[in-house]
Structures are given as structure tokens and as C-alpha cells.
Design a protein. Structure first.
Lengths: 433, 365
């Protein structure tokens, strides 16, 4: 099979290290479930291995060399995550944990309810947001509002909805990749109304982290396993918010002193993350994530290597404004793949796309009877295509509100190429025609 | 329905795949689903659907029309498959039980079972569907398998009991060698026309079995109601030979050249004699002689044994007498009512019963 990742740059003969990092994927494997978790580049796997082989140790206040090496790399990961979202360590800290769901719960559930009048979320939320908002509302008897999203993904709201509200929403939908386009205005409006903004950013940080650069959020949550890293979660939280938390999820690594019947939480400015980072962390995972961030940052793809192929397939790059010999970064390459997939899917008969625009995450359903998403996924699995099916943890919106059948989801990542998309679409067409 | 199908399949495969954690999990899931169905609760596990899709996925890209047809009619095939599986499972169980009880998996026609030991089958009156339809006996046809099963179950005690050969001897029993009170008795149930009885006789001689036991026989021409050409017997000459064997017991052989009774001499001649062309005498009686010639051919043997013409006339009369018929009837009753064998030869010795040809090695022990 044609593998673009083995191509060198036509422009200068440079062989990009990052584009040969998925060579371990066996032929005839077509993985399209990166919205759940991405595949890991070889460099990430090696970084984890290096930790285990060379300095496998605890971090946090360790005085010996291995521990100091661990701490160094963990701190580097915190810095790189802040850079990814355009935030400064003056105002924000990064805390690690299990995953996005755990991060959301650890912050939200420790927020003092008396400071807020309402909790607001939107209808297209993953259960990792939808359910904690429901539980928080019920537990503290605070009104909960579930707002609609526009077709383009922006949130429909009135200022009155935001009055002293905890607003918790996703920035990119895991159903169809719609982005929270009015996020900057929303953040300003929330703060003007005395509320706070918590973001489920796990899909955005993989596909379009630049979306958060100018956003004054109070906390954003992500997962390393959706960003080419190991399974590790992280929360990027404003220091001010951390200090307000009513911390009860405490224990190891969270205190600076303990008496018989009292304790002192760590209040050192640079270690405030410890408020929501109790116990030993997945250091190998964090180190792997750090490598993944660097890997994505350095990703390069020479468009010239597939330009002829694109033209032969009648693919138009006009809307993308790419030049034939352009070197694409990660976001640009994903944009190319998304656009290519969108054009190809428009040729598939008897399907409905939930969101018509190009997106790295696409949900669809067949209009033929007796061909729901589960069937499509299972049939395609038999020819090596791995796609997700079901309600993608968005039961309320998809099942109850829209009354849709189980959906079929294609999600792209940097390991994919246009030949894989061709294969997927060809097989899908055979089933739906 | 699909999860029930899955449960049945996993149940069948469990002895093979039960060691795999994956299949144990699938088995558990299918059981939960079946349990919910049985207790009228909604089944929230899509196991059946998943298995169906997995199966269809393997063929849909190669044979899309066929796969879609299967998809639409899957429930029908699932029900059919379940019925066939239950039927085959019960057949396997029943065959196993029959094999253990009768030494044949098919008591109705034992020769049709390749797993059974060598023997001539005693056919029962198996009612086939067309006969049942024409004779308006569909009810009998329907209950026949249950009746057969009931018969098998009722015979289980026989399989477990200790067999005393003295209880099954013929009232006119004779012994291959002179009776020795110090030896135990062995009784074989034979049909002179059955090639396996001949084979057993050969094994007995090879093993020297007749020296260790007081060997006697019960003669039983195997009946076969449908075989009208043979007057209702499996082999054409069997009844006539049996009649002569009984008759000679009543006519002392004055000129006996051996210490054997004339009936044993007659039987041994039929079982062992082979002509110059290599054709054995039993085969000739079964296939080559006409029914009309059979008495004359038996009488030739009697002449060789030492009977005079006058004695042979007497034997002929006795062979056709009520006394002989009565004797054969009483032996038939032993076979059918007491021993209840469905395979000839059957032999009882050393408190065990064998419904087949017993090999020489076993007979030597």
C-alpha cells in the first residue's frame, strides 16, 4: 500500500522523522477512532520505555538523580501544555490525573456551591460534562441550564444565563467536530457576569489547540491519549480558582505539613497543582505525553508528495489555500485530510452527515433501513477498517433529543493518509449503495 | 432469539473453548441474556446482534446480496439452527446411551451403527413415515422415538447387573465338550446363518475357550418380518438348520466318531467347512442353495457325521415336529424376553455379557 509517511520532502530531500513514526502499523489496518484515542508515534513509545529503562522513579521532592530527571521531564510537560494553550505559568498551573472525566470531576465537585447561582452546559456534551453538571446541580440544589448550540457549534445564550454561573462546555464536539466558535466572547461575557468557564478541551487540543490561545478560561481539561500520548489526563487551571476549591480529595503529595488533627495544604505558588493532583502520578505517561506534544509541534508534511494524487482524484484544495509544494504542519495536514474526507463522503449514497462541513470528526448514519452504525462498524471491521459506532457518550442529545439511530463515526489523526480514506469510503459505499 | 442461538452454540462449544477467557465471557453474556428472556425481562445485551453482524461482516463484501438476504431472514435460520442443534444434541446423547446399553448406537437397526461391535442385528419393526402415513399410524410414528428411548432407559439395569449364564441356558442344552462340573458355563446365542457367529466360533477355538468353560448355545434364527422370501427370517437356511440341530439331540448317534454331540458337529461343520474353491458352507446355505435343497444338504452332513438313512428319516420328521418347534420357541423366548439382545451373537460368561463378536484375546483371559 502507498504510504505517505515514508516519503521525503520533494523540496529539499529532508526526511521528516515524525512522518515515519507509525511504521509499526501493520498493512491493511485502517484506524479511524482517534477521537477516542490516537495511535502513538514511535517516539512516544520510546520515551515511555526510556523512563522505565533508565530512570524509573517517583517524582515530586525526590532528592536522588533518577527522581530529579523525572521531575524535570514532568515539569517540561506542564510547560509544554501551557504553551499549547497559550497560557502563562503566572496565572495557570497544570495538574495531571487519570483523564478528562477525572479532571472535570476533581475541579467541579470541589467548587464551593455558595459562590454560584447556576450551572450551565450545552446539549451536545459528552457524558464526562453532561453528567457531572447534572450531579453537581442535584447535589447542591443549584439550577442547571442545558443550552442549545448553533449549527456552527457556537453556544446560544443570553447574558442572564451566565449570571454567577459555572459554565462547562466542550470546545470541540466529539460527535461531529463542531467547534465552540464564539468561545472568546463567551468567556468575556461569563466573567463579566461573575461566572467561571470550564472547558472540555480534549478534542480541541488534538486537532486545533490554537482555538484556546486567546480564551480566558478558568480551567480546561484534556487527555493525553487523544493527543498521541499515553493514557494520562491533565487540567489547566487558573491559580485563583484552585485556591477557591474546597479540597477534600487529598492525601499523598497534597500537603506541606500534617499534625494529629490538622494539616496544611501546599500553598507554594508553583506547586498549587497539588490541590488536585493527589498521590503518585503516571510519570511514564506524563513523559510520553511531553514527547507527544513535541512530536506534534514538530510535525511536517510535504504536500508535494501527494499533490499529483490529489489532483488525479479531482480533489480541490482551493478552499484550503495550500500551495503544491507547501510543508504542512499538524493542524494543516489534518485540515487537508478532513477536507478530503468531506469531499469523498459527499459521493457516498444513502448517508446523512450530522455536520456538513469538513471536520476531523464525522458522524453519519445510513438512510437505508436495518443498517445502523453498529452494523456498519462491524462489517467494516471485517475488512480492517476501525470506526466507532453508537451514541459516543452523548446519549441525551443523540438518542433522546434527536432520536437518531446508533451513529457511525470516522475520526482522523496524523497517522491517516488519503489512501486510507479512499479505502474507507470505497468500502462504506459498497455497504450503503 | 439470536442470543438463545448464541447460548446453544456456546453451550456446545464450551467443552472445547471453555478454557478461553474470551469464550467464557461470551458464554456468560449469552446466559444472562437467555435468563432475561426466560424471565420476561428486557435483554440489554446485544450479544446476538453482535454475533450476527460479525458473521455477516465476513461475507457481505464478497456476497452482498446473499448477506442481505441472510440479514433479513436471520431469525428464521437461527430458529432452524436451534432446532437442528437440539435435535442433534439429543441424538448424540441417545446414541451414546444406546451404545452403552446395547453396544450399538441404533437399536432399531444395529448394523447401521458403525460404532457398534461386529454382530448381526435383530431388526425391530421400525415404522417409517410413509408407512405410518399409508396405514394411518402417524401417532405411533410420532411416539416411536420416545418409546425407543423408554426401552433403552428400561434396559439400563440390565447393563449394570451381574449375568449368571446358567439362568439363560436352553432347556435342551448340549455342550461342546462333555460337561465338567468344575467348570463354569458359557452360553452363546447364535444364528447358524450369521457370519459373526461363525467368526465368534473361530475366536473361541483360537482362544481354547471351549476347554475353560462348559460351552453351550441357544439357537436363535434371527427373525425379519419384512423378509418374506426367507419365510420371515434374516437368513434363508437358519430355521431349518436350527430345527435339525434340535432334532439330532433326540436321535442318539450310535456311530459317533468323536465325543461331541451331533448338533455341535453339525454346527461346527457349517461354520468351518470350506470347499476347494474357497467358498464356505455357511455362505452356500445362505446364498447358493435353494430353500428346497437345504434339508438335503443338511442331511448330507448328517450322513458324514455317521447317521444312517433310517435315522436321517427320523431326524427329518423330528425337525418338522411340534416338539422341535416348541424347543425353538422356548429358546426364542429366552433371547427375546430374558436376554433381550438385539445383536447376535451374544455371549454370557464370567458374569459378563457381550453383545458382539468377542476377540480371542478377551476370550483367553
Amino acid at each position: 500500500m502507498f504510504n505517505i509517511f515514508k516519503q521525503t520532502s520533494k523540496a529539499n530531500g529532508e526526511k521528516f522523522q515524525n512522518i515515519i513514526d507509525f511504521e509499526y502499523i501493520k498493512p491493511n489496518i485502517y484506524y479511524f477512532d482517534s477521537a477516542c484515542q490516537t495511535l502513538r508515534p514511535e517516539q512516544v513509545i520510546q520515551a515511555q520505555d526510556q523512563y522505565f529503562h533508565e530512570f524509573n522513579s517517583c517524582g515530586h521532592r525526590v532528592k536522588y538523580k533518577w527522581g530529579q530527571e523525572t521531575d524535570k521531564r514532568v515539569e517540561e510537560c506542564r510547560e509544554n501544555l501551557l504553551k499549547l494553550t497559550g497560557k502563562s505559568d503566572k496565572n495557570f498551573v497544570v495538574a495531571f490525573g487519570l483523564n478528562t472525566t477525572a479532571g472535570i470531576n476533581s475541579v467541579l465537585m470541589q467548587l464551593p456551591p455558595n459562590d454560584f447561582k447556576a450551572i450551565v452546559t450545552s446539549e451536545i456534551e459528552h457524558n464526562s460534562v453532561f453528567l457531572p453538571s447534572l450531579v453537581y446541580s442535584q447535589k447542591h440544589n443549584i439550577p442547571r441550564k442545558v443550552l442549545e448550540r448553533n449549527v456552527d457549534g457556537s453556544l446560544k445564550y443570553e447574558l442572564s444565563d451566565l449570571d454567577k454561573a459555572i459554565v462547562i462546555v466542550n470546545t470541540t464536539s466529539n460527535i461531529d467536530g463542531r467547534e465552540l466558535l464564539n468561545i472568546e466572547t463567551l468567556a468575556k461575557d461569563i466573567h463579566a457576569q461573575g461566572g467561571i468557564l470550564l472547558l472540555d478541551a480534549c478534542q480541541t487540543l488534538s486537532h486545533h489547540p490554537e482555538l484556546l490561545h486567546n480564551v480566558e478560561f478558568d480551567a480546561a481539561f484534556g487527555s493525553g491519549h487523544k493527543m498521541y500520548g499515553p493514557s494520562v489526563g491533565f487540567s489547566i487551571v487558573k491559580k485563583d480558582l484552585l485556591l477557591k476549591l474546597d479540597c477534600y480529595l487529598i492525601g499523598g503529595s497534597t500537603v506541606q505539613d500534617v499534625k494529629y488533627d490538622s494539616y496544611e495544604l501546599i500553598d507554594d505558588d508553583v506547586e498549587l497543582y497539588s490541590r488536585i493532583e493527589a498521590g503518585l502520578q503516571n510519570y511514564a505517561g506524563i513523559i510520553g505525553l511531553n514527547q507527544a506534544l513535541k512530536w506534534r509541534r514538530d510535525f511536517k508534511f510535504d504536500l508535494a508528495t501527494i499533490w499529483d494524487e490529489l489532483e488525479k482524484n479531482g480533489f480541490s484544495v482551493d478552499g484550503l489555500r495550500f500551495k503544491p509544494n507547501q510543508i504542512l504542519n499538524a493542524s494543516q495536514y489534518e485540515k487537508l485530510l478532513s477536507s478530503y474526507l468531506n469531499q469523498k463522503l459527499n459521493t457516498v449514497p444513502n448517508i446523512n452527515l450530522l455536520y456538513a462541513d469538513a471536520s476531523p470528526i464525522v458522524s453519519l448514519y445510513a438512510t437505508k433501513p436495518d443498517l445502523d452504525g453498529h452494523k456498519l462498524a462491524m462489517y467494516l471491521s471485517e475488512v480492517g477498517v476501525m470506526c466507532r459506532s453508537g451514541y459516543h457518550c452523548c446519549h441525551y442529545y443523540l438518542k433522546e433529543k434527536l432520536n437518531l439511530p446508533p451513529l457511525f463515526r470516522i475520526s482522523l489523526a496524523l497517522h491517516n493518509d488519503i489512501k486510507q480514506i479512499d479505502y474507507l469510503v470505497d468500502k462504506l459505499t459498497l455497504l450503503t449503495k | 432469539m439470536l442470543c438463545i442461538l448464541a447460548f446453544v452454540i456456546f453451550l456446545l462449544l464450551f467443552p472445547i473453548l471453555g478454557f478461553s477467557a474470551e469464550y467464557r465471557s461470551l458464554f456468560k453474556k449469552s446466559w444472562i441474556c437467555v435468563f432475561k428472556k426466560v424471565t420476561m425481562k428486557p435483554c440489554d445485551i446485544n450479544l446476538g446482534q453482535e454475533l450476527k453482524n460479525k458473521f455477516l461482516g465476513k461475507i457481505i463484501f464478497k456476497y452482498p446480496k446473499f448477506a442481505r438476504f441472510l440479514d433479513k431472514t436471520f431469525s428464521f435460520w437461527a430458529i432452524l439452527f436451534i432446532i437442528v442443534n437440539i435435535w442433534s444434541l439429543s441424538s448424540v446423547f441417545l446414541s451414546g446411551l444406546n451404545l452403552w446399553v446395547y453396544d450399538t448406537c441404533n437399536p432399531v437397526s444395529s448394523e447401521g451403527c458403525s460404532l457398534s461391535g461386529e454382530a448381526c442385528g435383530v431388526s425391530s419393526t421400525d415404522l417409517d413415515l410413509s408407512t405410518a402415513w399409508s396405514q394411518n399410524k402417524l401417532g405411533d410414528w410420532a411416539v416411536q422415538p420416545f418409546k425407543t428411548f423408554g426401552d433403552t432407559v428400561s434396559r439400563i439395569p440390565d447393563r449394570l447387573k451381574s449375568w449368571n449364564s446358567d439362568e439363560y441356558k436352553s432347556p435342551t442344552a448340549t455342550y461342546y465338550k462333555p460337561f465338567d462340573a468344575n467348570k463354569k458355563t458359557a452360553v452363546e446365542f447364535i444364528d447358524p446363518g450369521c457370519k459373526y457367529c461363525k467368526k465368534l466360533f473361530g475366536n473361541i477355538k483360537e482362544a481354547g475357550f471351549e476347554d475353560k468353560y462348559n460351552l453351550t448355545y441357544v439357537v436363535y434364527p434371527i427373525p425379519e418380518a419384512s423378509n418374506t422370501a426367507n419365510n420371515g427370517y434374516k437368513f434363508q437356511a437358519s430355521y431349518t438348520i436350527a430345527s435339525y440341530m434340535e432334532a439330532v439331540k433326540l436321535v442318539p448317534l450310535a456311530n459317533n466318531k468323536t465325543n461331541q454331540t451331533p448338533d455341535w458337529q453339525l454346527l461346527e461343520t457349517i461354520f468351518t467347512n470350506v470347499d476347494d474353491q474357497g467358498v464356505d458352507l455357511q455362505n452356500k446355505f445362505n446364498l447358493m442353495f435353494s430353500k428346497k435343497d437345504v434339508p438335503a444338504e443338511i442331511e448330507k452332513i448328517l450322513t458324514k457325521i455317521g447317521y444312517s438313512d433310517t435315522e436321517i428319516v427320523k431326524i427329518r420328521d423330528l425337525a418338522n415336529s411340534d416338539q422341535t418347534k416348541q424347543s425353538l420357541a422356548s429358546q426364542k423366548e429366552i433371547v427375546e424376553k430374558k436376554v433381550k439382545t438385539i445383536k447376535i451373537p451374544t455371549i454370557i460368561f464370567n458374569q459378563r455379557r457381550y453383545d458382539r463378536v468377542v476377540d480371542a484375546e478377551t476370550l483367553k483371559k
